[in-house]
Design a protein around this ligand. Structure first.
Ligand code: AZF
Ligand code: CA
Length: 447
């Protein structure tokens, strides 16, 4: 059956990256520092003290990397803009060299027949705005709207698919509740405020884009489906709470205009009474949703703070290097859940991939990564299952094009379909990259 996995016409086959994880040169040509420049240069906060000072040197090697994408036959590429390259102080003065970098990148992508998907915010807040309270300051909605306007005026038309935020849950949970990510706060009272302000900023940026742009704008969220470890009431409650906290906390206000009730249960006195007008700002019509999927969670009640919900390891499952269970069915379930809960909004799988321990580059330039091929094949089949079930899925972006800076885990985790030798910056297409190129060429039939 050659058409067992025929994907819709126009389905975009891409790869995803983010500015701070691949570019390097964080302060070049007038760029201002971000919270990640500061966080990674604070001793003890990242694995091995790894920083984004060089990363994949993409700021200088971007032409070669676009050539690489063309050789792989990608029809789309999801990347993010470093806000403080373009606006060194976050607002006000524009740095022309910063804008030019992204303008040239977009032109090269279009010339290579690759559709750009531009993420405005992928975690690298200008340090100057963090000094003014960052996401804890309600003014952040205006700051982000101003930045969105600058980018829309510069690139709209060449860029036709825009994303406001990448994974607000990770930004808040990592940056404000557990402190593992920049700006490294651990404060139950700050997390809801940062979370709510991120969504206000999302709404303000959508409005600002619509005043200038003529194309599509959406939101990217990470979804991790929660499956109860047992039908015991406490496990059911813990699962419902974890689901509300990680999966509904952002899509509910963005698409339904209210929070799930469990959040007040979880945060108690740390959950404010939000001004009603905030929800009118947050809930803007969206052209699409981006879903980032990696794994599921089998959830049971435990004493953990503040959720009181923990994970149950699955004895027969394969786990990735980041400790995530390989569970493709969770992607199908997630896509169907989004459609059931929020309606038939067009969807992209904007990130999906895995870190496995890759062998070194063998003679003749091969990197054998069979576990990654298996992961990608099973998850692409899971996407196809959701399409067959009626989900309007418009594209798939593998995370990631290149091995890159996995935030606080540094360079220790490799997600790329292309290997990067960080000492020489040599790129080597892994077996998974060659396999993916063949899937793209066959429009999915080779699955
Ligand atoms: O952990 C893998 C990826 N997850 N989503 C956000 C990206 O920045 C991460 O590298
Ligand atoms: Ca299935």
């Amino acid at each position: 059956m050659t058409d067992a996995f025929a994907f819709p016409d126009g389905f975009l086959w891409g790869a995803a990256t983010a500015a701070h994880q691949i570019e390097g040169s964080p302060l070049a040509d007038g760029a201002g520092p971000s919270i990640w420049t500061r966080f990674a240069h604070t001793p003890g906060l990242t694995h091995n003290g790894d920083t984004g000072d060089v990363a994949c040197d993409h700021y200088r090697r971007w032409k070669d990397d676009v050539r690489l994408m063309r050789e792989l036959g990608l029809t789309a590429y999801r990347f993010s803009v470093s806000w403080s390259r373009v606006l060194p102080e976050g607002t006000g003065r524009v740095n022309p060299a910063g804008l030019d970098f992204y303008s040239r990148l977009v032109d090269a992508l279009l010339e290579a027949g690759i559709e750009p998907l531009l993420t405005l915010y992928h975690w690298d807040l200008p340090a100057a705005l963090d000094d003014r309270g960052g996401w804890l300051n309600r003014d952040c909605a205006g700051w982000f709207a101003e930045y969105a306007t600058v980018m829309a005026k510069a690139l709209d038309g060449r860029v036709r698919k825009w994303v406001t935020l990448n994974e607000p849950w990770v930004i808040t949970d990592g940056g404000y509740l557990h402190g593992a990510l920049a700006p490294g706060h651990r404060n139950k009272y700050e997390a809801p405020i940062a979370s709510h302000n991120l969504m206000r900023a999302h709404g303000a940026a959508v409005q600002a884009y619509r005043a200038v742009g003529r194309h599509e704008i959406g939101l990217v969220v990470n979804i991790e489906p929660k499956y109860p470890a047992s039908d015991a009431p406490e496990d059911q409650t813990a699962t419902r709470r974890a689901h509300a906290y990680m999966n509904e906390q952002y899509l509910h206000p963005a698409l339904l205009g209210h929070y799930p009730p469990e959040l007040r249960e979880i945060f108690g006195d740390a959950w404010p009474d939000w001004p009603a007008e905030d929800f009118a700002l947050i809930r803007q019509p969206l052209d699409f949703l981006g879903i980032n999927y990696y794994t599921r969670n089998v959830t049971r009640a435990d004493g953990s703070w503040p959720l009181k919900a923990g994970a149950v390891k699955q004895p027969s499952a394969t786990y990735t290097e980041t400790g995530w269970e390989v569970f493709p069915q969770g992607l199908t379930d997630t896509l169907l859940w989004v459609r059931r809960t929020y309606g038939d909004i067009p969807l992209y799988v904007t990130e999906n991939g895995a870190a496995f321990f890759d062998p070194p580059v063998a003679e003749g330039g091969r990197v054998r990564d069979p576990l990654r091929i298996d992961y990608l094949r099973r998850h692409l089949r899971a996407v196809h299952e959701a399409i067959r079930a009626g989900c309007d899925i418009r594209g798939y972006m593998v995370w990631s094009l290149l091995d890159n800076l996995e935030w606080s885990l540094g360079y220790s985790k490799r997600f790329g379909i292309v290997h990067v030798n960080y000492a020489t910056q040599q790129r080597t297409v892994k077996d998974s990259g060659r396999w993916y190129a063949n899937v793209v060429r066959s429009h999915g039939r080779a699955l």
